[in-house]
Design a protein around this ligand. Structure first.
Ligand SMILES: Nc1ncnc2c1ncn2[C@@H]1O[C@H](COP(=O)(O)OP(=O)(O)O)[C@@H](O)[C@H]1O
Ligand SMILES: N[C@@H](CCC(=O)OP(=O)(O)O)C(=O)O
Length: 393
């Protein structure tokens, strides 16, 4: 049996997302995703710190012993690769980051294997790209593998597959990946562990910044300043954490954000860190990704009638309403839909490659069918593949 500490592999006492968990119910969560950032796993000079890693593992093992299934999303591969490669600091270019991550990932997981093993727990390494969390075929595979691992009592340890993720498609940070993973495994809650104990009203080092204890919706963070850059070893700072929070909370998953040092208290439901209440119900992961995480590959310029149809009537975008196309993309890629002044109206997955689009522009579906054949009369962006950025009146 894979589970060694007597902690159940089954999903006992699971709180369904319909119950919309509150902070004090966090101890009853049946399935948690915990994301730990590089800044919580490193020494001041940016190298992996096995002591800090062990401290996080001790907290998670205690939760497992109490019957909670845990999925760990861990950064730190690049940090773990710096020393063995003889690099002075975290590399800036993509190729060296990928090399450092490839060297470091095995070492990182070796540390986790030892630390969880001391608690009788087995771990699995799962490397994902962003696409694995939302493209239907890959999503199903990842979902099946992860739920089987959890049923077997294993702690899956997820990181981005840095070696194959190119600049266009990679997250770089693991914050948004963790939110998509939470959706993928139907987690009851997500914990984001970083080097600050909470979200603050402004840069934590700035005098007068105050801890935000609870966020019930987007209005509660409207005045919060997250512009200060993150730690030297982390990626994305608070900006990508708030993106992650938006993805999770809008799909019914609450988030607690705190430091690794306060992880035990936060998971016990104490009033530490920042609690982000769930605001929505489980929804399409593809659309969440499109709205919050996707890097777009091009733009379609809409005429006024198409802007109104998309915004006010929620229709698909037809080639007849498009006046110009910019960028290079494949069919299925995310693009921006912009109005004549260049303001973004929506994001969508485009049904044609960029080199096919110019011949379609401004022409009705009837004309296109007659001129180019059946198949060319379909929508440019189907309404199921669209999220609005600017709301209709
Ligand atoms: N309003 C804010 N509240 C808290 N932290 C903030 C805020 N604005 C920026 N930050 C910075 O975000 C950093 C955490 O992000 P990051 O370094 O990317 O961590 P990680 O490696 O855990 O992902 C903190 O060190 C903090 O300085
Ligand atoms: N995936 C890479 C980069 C992840 C990263 O730095 O993210 P984070 O520390 O969560 O902002 C790694 O494991 O080093």
């Amino acid at each position: 049996m894979a589970s060694g500490s007597g902690a159940p592999g089954g999903h006992h006492g699971r709180v369904t997302s319909a119950a919309l968990l509150g902070r004090d119910q966090l101890p009853t969560a049946g399935r948690l995703v915990v994301k730990v950032g590089s800044s919580s796993l490193t020494t001041p000079d940016g190298h992996l710190d096995p002591e800090r890693l062990r401290a996080v593992v001790d907290v998670l093992a205690a939760r497992r012993a109490a019957g909670t299934q845990v999925v760990l999303v861990s950064s730190g591969a690049i940090a773990a690769g710096i020393g063995p490669l003889g690099l002075a600091a975290r590399p800036r270019d993509l190729a060296t980051q990928q090399a450092a991550a490839s060297v470091g990932q095995g070492l990182l997981v070796a540390h986790y294997t030892r630390a969880f093993g001391a608690h009788g727990l087995r771990v699995a390494q799962v490397l994902l790209t962003a696409e694995d969390t939302w493209r239907r075929g890959q999503y199903r595979n990842a979902h099946r593998a992860l739920t089987r691992l959890l049923d077997l009592g294993v702690v899956p340890i997820i990181n981005e597959n840095d070696a194959v993720a190119t600049d266009e498609i990679r997250f770089g940070d693991n914050d948004r990946l963790a939110a998509l993973v939470s959706h993928l495994v139907h987690a009851d809650a997500l914990a984001l562990l970083t080097d600050v104990d909470a979200l603050y009203t402004g840069a934590p080092s700035r005098p007068g910044s105050r801890r935000v204890a609870e966020v019930r919706g987007p209005a509660d963070v409207a005045g919060v300043d997250v512009s200060a850059r993150g730690s030297a070893v982390g990626t994305g700072g608070m900006v990508t954490k708030l993106d992650s929070v938006a993805i999770a909370t809008q799909s019914g998953i609450p988030v607690v954000l705190t430091s690794a040092a306060l992880a035990g208290r936060a998971l016990a439901g104490d009033d530490v860190g920042t609690w982000f209440a769930a605001t929505g119900r489980r929804s399409s992961i593809r659309l969440l990704w499109l709205a919050h995480a996707a890097r777009t590959h091009g733009r379609l310029v809409l005429d006024d009638g198409a802007v109104r149809a998309v915004l006010e009537r929620g229709t698909s975008l037809l080639p007849a309403g498009v006046t110009a196309v910019e960028g290079t993309f494949e069919a299925g890629d995310p693009v921006e839909l912009v109005d004549g002044a260049g303001a973004v109206v929506a994001r969508g997955l485009v049904a044609y490659a960029s080199d096919e689009v110019p011949q379609l522009l401004g022409r009705s579906t009837g004309e296109l069918r007659a001129a180019l054949g059946a198949g060319y009369d379909r929508e440019l962006v189907h309404r199921d593949d669209l999220v609005l950025v600017r709301r209709g009146r």
